[in-house]
Design a protein around this ligand. Sequence first.
Ligand SMILES: *[C@@H]1O[C@H](CO)[C@@H](O)[C@H](O)[C@H]1NC(C)=O
Ligand SMILES: *[C@@H]1O[C@H](CO)[C@@H](O)[C@H](O)[C@H]1NC(C)=O
Ligand SMILES: [Ca+2]
Ligand SMILES: [Ca+2]
Ligand SMILES: [Ca+2]
Length: 384
Amino acid sequence: MTSVSVFIVQVKLAVQQAGFLRHKRGYVKIRGMPVKGGDVTAHRNDAKLKGEPNDPLFDKQWYIRNTGQAGGVPKLDLNVGAAWALGYTGKHVTTAIMDDGVDYMHPDLHDNFNAEASYDFSSNDPFPYPRYTDDWFNSHGTRCAGEISAKRDNKICGVGIAYDSKIAGLRMLDQPYMTDLIEANSMGHRPDLIDIYSASWGPTDDGRTVDGPRNATMRAIVKGVNEGRGGLGSIYVWASGDGGPDDDCNCDGYAASMWTISINSATNDGQTAGYDESCSSTLASTFSNGKSGYRDAGVATTDLYGECTTRHSGTSAAAPEAAGVFALALQANPKLTWRDVQHLTVLTSKRNHLYDPNGEHNWTINGAGLEFNHLFGYGVLDAG
Ligand SMILES: *[C@@H]1O[C@H](CO)[C@@H](O)[C@H](O)[C@H]1NC(C)=O
Ligand SMILES: *[C@@H]1O[C@H](CO)[C@@H](O)[C@H](O)[C@H]1NC(C)=O
Ligand SMILES: [Ca+2]
Ligand SMILES: [Ca+2]
Ligand SMILES: [Ca+2]
């Protein structure tokens, strides 16, 4: 047999890739100009406790520690300090940001960037650097990355929830159309190096789109949970959607998948945000933005080109916070399976002050005796 005929015999399937739309979540809602890392030091509370991070935006990161900043409810936060106090900072855990790229030259991200685990599926090269546009459209992935893995105590921007963890950039949202293959390749990329995959995107949030993972992507997810992390299973964290009350996250096959952990958002005073969707598949909530009208009420994190922002928002901002909390959990117990992480999420999330001001989604007790809400899932993730 010639090598050519062997090749022909081994091709079992050839599929033309059709293009479809996938959208970043949370981009349109609040669009703020970046703030320079140094500018905010003037607003800083200088009566700091010993051992406080010296990062200028830390006091604005109410999702990490809510002391009532920007009109918030004190202690309505991810209780990250409790995990830090026990020594868990995300060491040896890598989270991949599947997005529009990551500014890996950012001084607050550079040291925690895992280049080996990164790839650019939008332009097929190993460098997932965001494509330049005048309006900073491609700042989404960089903002998500900082929430998880911005470096601590370097006097730049803020502090990542898992500030000793690594982040990988999987650039895959920045081409005219999505294909099944780009999604599948991203979600199956280096499961030996990547522990958590964070996705802040999905099908169009217009209240009439029912869509989800196509064939190859579905196979990649199933392979990931069965074989990733040495068989313990890759963790897929999903933003539940920004379509508001007229959309339903059960119609989003990524968020509703049993193999992903779907995360909704709440504001810093415990309310549902206007863009939040409700559905039974949401497991827990983290935070998106604070009360409107308050300065710095958004999510403080890193921004493109070495800048910082206090305006990241949407369920886009919420999913990476969950990825950060899971990175802390995986350092504490690296043997946790993908399913254990779901159980932990269900059993330890707290109602705290979360409520629906419209009275449409009240808390109820489910068959297992746990408090549950179709907006917030089992409540606020608790890193402690
Ligand atoms: C995808 O899977 C479905 C169900 O198994 C099958 O009917 C369909 O032909 C597949 N599509 C492609 C493009 O392989
Ligand atoms: C939720 O609770 C409020 C206050 O008790 C009540 O007015 C409202 O009707 C409830 N909503 C539903 C959907 O049950
Ligand atoms: Ca590139
Ligand atoms: Ca920092
Ligand atoms: Ca949706």
